[in-house]
Write a protein of this length. Structure first.
Ligand SMILES: [Zn+2]
Length: 437
């Protein structure tokens, strides 16, 4: 049928048929798990999801053995740093300012990162980090930095080039620290939130276990940032009364347990935050002290949960990496769920454990079977993505289809260039995963 349509020159119909396909398998849809599910993708969006759906004979059908989930949404990262190897402190510290003042931090992280940026490698670092994020299940990321057009493509950069709003300015601002925002810009942010031209602002607040970290909440509040649309990153030093105020104002929280535990020996009381009614998202921070990506951070969150009474269900954890960050980003109408009208951002993970959701919570590093952004397959198994560039991750062969989004550069060329450049600044290229170490 497709051939006939194309032959007769009905080009629009032809193009539509070519980018329309059906995924069949176990699908974690917005309404629940569909064991014999079908999801129809057309023009980069989901046009239908259901069970026992009749399909026209011309439609391309792609059966998958694993479980289909919404693409994960990473609301807390610092992408260009993820080319750098892990950095382990000898002992935990009180706040972010303590480790940032250490000579070892300058030697291992900020020195090499700054030199790489100055030497013009920012776009290459960012592309490496985005592929690392994709292979760890993220289809949307934040913490992009100001790098220009090279960030377009690959994952959605919610703070720079999400592809969700056409040529409009991105309605999400990612700020490292509220007290570093000048008076003028603070007003721009508050006014933008009031006028809803800005849908979301993310701030690092209370990153540490001591009194100064706790005090940051008062400073953040005094700046007038306790507003709907704002999300606090970390919040390690925050306590229950702070969570009550956040919930009342509609302020969210991003939880980054791995990085918190490594740096401070403590993470935010996420159970108290949820109990107070705060919307919580989970994200890895960066790979030098956090996880390599979203799936690996989920493993840390699940372990923390087990050690703290198992209060969070599998569904809670699923929501923390999909619908919650989508809503906190002000993009819950477009990403974070598999439902008609939503962008076709999805991942496929191998089945494991007793439930469909177990495939997500305990996914083995490097086991991801497919990553699609806007319906386009970017990474996956060679079976699902036969034409791509072959790479190995944690001993498993994967296929990447990213050259078009990387200015025509292959993955082998990109990593080769980064390895040489990092060697010149006294560092080395971090892996795509820790492979469960
Ligand atoms: Zn951070």
């Amino acid at each position: 049928m497709r051939l006939i349509i194309c032959f007769f020159g009905l080009w629009l119909a032809c193009a539509a048929a070519q980018d329309t396909y059906a995924i069949q398998g176990t699908i974690v849809a917005s309404g629940g798990v569909l064991e014999k599910g079908t999801m129809i993708v057309s023009g980069g969006k989901i046009s239908a999801v259901g069970e026992n759906m009749p399909l026209p004979s011309w439609m391309r059908v792609i059966p998958v053995e694993g479980v289909v989930f919404p693409g994960l949404i990473d609301l807390h990262n610092h992408l260009t740093w993820n080319v750098l190897p892990r950095w382990k402190l000898d002992a935990t510290v009180g706040t972010r300012y303590d480790w940032q003042a250490m000579p070892a931090y300058v030697e291992k992280l900020s020195g090499p990162q700054g030199k790489m940026m100055s030497a013009g490698h920012g776009c290459e670092m960012e592309r490496y980090a985005e592929v690392k994020a994709l292979l760890n299940g993220a289809t949307s990321v934040t913490g992009t930095g100001r790098l220009g057009d090279c960030v377009k493509g690959l994952a959605r950069n919610l703070d720079a080039a999400s592809g969700l709003y056409g040529e409009q300015p991105e309605p999400l601002r990612y700020e490292v620290f509220p007290m570093e925002v000048g008076y003028e810009q603070a007003k721009v942010i508050r006014d933008g939130l009031e006028a809803k031209t800005l849908r979301a602002v993310l701030f690092h607040v209370g990153e540490g276990r001591d009194a100064s970290a706790a005090r940051e909440f008062r400073m953040f509040k005094a700046q007038g940032f306790l507003k709907r649309g704002v999300t606090v990153i970390h919040g390690v030093g925050l306590s229950e009364p702070n969570f009550v105020e956040m919930a009342a104002a509609g302020v969210g929280l991003v939880w980054s347990p791995r990085s918190n535990l490594e740096l401070y020996g403590k993470t935010v009381d996420v159970i108290a935050a949820r109990k107070a009614g705060v919307t919580v998202a989970l994200a890895p921070d960066w790979s030098p002290t956090g996880s390599a990506g979203m799936l690996e951070e989920l493993v840390v969150a699940a372990e923390w949960n087990q050690a703290h009474g198992g209060v969070l269900s599998e569904k809670d954890l699923l929501q923390m990496v999909t619908v919650n960050p989508a809503n906190l980003a002000g993009a819950g109408d477009q990403i974070g769920a598999l439902a008609p009208g939503m962008r076709a951002d999805f991942i496929v993970l191998p089945k494991r454990g007793g439930s469909a959701l177990s495939a997500l919570i305990g996914a083995k590093p490097g086991s991801i079977e497919l990553v699609a952004v806007g319906g386009v397959f970017l990474a996956g198994t060679p079976k699902l993505l036969p034409g791509g560039e072959k790479i190995a991750i944690c001993g498993q062969e994967k296929s990447l289809q990213v050259k078009g989004d990387m200015g025509g550069v292959t993955w082998a060329e990109l990593t080769g260039k980064l390895q040489l450049a990092l060697r010149d600044v006294g560092s080395e290229l971090a892996g795509l995963s820790e492979c469960g170490k």
